[in-house]
Design a protein around this ligand. Structure first.
Ligand code: COA
Length: 168
């Protein structure tokens, strides 16, 4: 459960609202801490492009007015039945307080209310925190892949939000 001082809000998909989340993304990942302003601008553009023309959900957790956690997802699938949870993280000073769990639950509640039947996410195999969190929240590992951008295994996780409708 999120402690009282934290508040989850939906954030608009515009540069002003997304920029603090992109900054936070770089603070969350040790490999990104020394990113240049150009690299941050590049990710902002990538996120804008990735969400353009799609139904999306950008959630942020605030400690007073400072954003300390975020989760970015968009709707996809042939029948728009999948929510792809793309990026997420919690500031290192605010970890193990249930903030990521609360964001996942808020995201899945939104997806269920919007008729989405499955949530998918990808996590690198060397990210035990994200893997354990997702498994605890009901995801199953459904595959692995690799990317050209970095070594290692990308784990594909999926969770059904509602029971499948079986053919009669
Ligand atoms: C993974 C991450 C999101 C977890 O955030 P968090 O707010 O600390 O997680 P929560 O407090 O909600 O944890 C819920 C449960 O997940 C599991 N968990 C979370 N972090 C864990 C870790 N580092 N190791 C093992 N289990 C972990 C635990 O079961 C935890 O429950 P518990 O604290 O009662 O034991 C956070 O560590 C993070 O931002 N990591 C870097 C960002 C990242 O890797 N993003 C993915 C690429 S985009």
């Amino acid at each position: 459960m999120t402690p009282e001082r934290y508040c989850i809000r939906e954030v608009a998909v515009d540069d002003e609202q997304l920029r603090p989340l992109i900054d936070l993304h770089h603070e969350c990942l040790p490999s990104r801490q020394y990113a240049t302003p150009e690299q941050k601008a590049g990710l902002l553009a990538e996120v804008r492009a990735g969400l353009a023309g799609r139904e999306s959900l950008v959630l942020a957790t605030f400690d007073a007015e400072r954003v300390v956690a975020y989760k970015i997802a968009y709707r996809t699938g042939n029948r728009h039945e999948i929510l792809y949870s793309w990026l997420g993280g919690v500031h290192p000073h605010h970890r193990r307080k249930g903030l990521a769990r609360a964001l996942i639950r808020a995201q899945h509640a939104w997806a269920h209310e919007h008729g989405i039947t499955h949530v998918e996410t990808h996590t690198w195999g060397d990210n035990p925190g994200m893997l354990i969190l997702n498994l605890h929240e009901g995801f199953s590992i459904v595959g692995v892949t690799s990317g050209p951008d970095r070594p290692g295994v990308r784990v594909i996780l999926r969770k059904a939000l509602s029971a499948p409708v079986l053919p009669r």
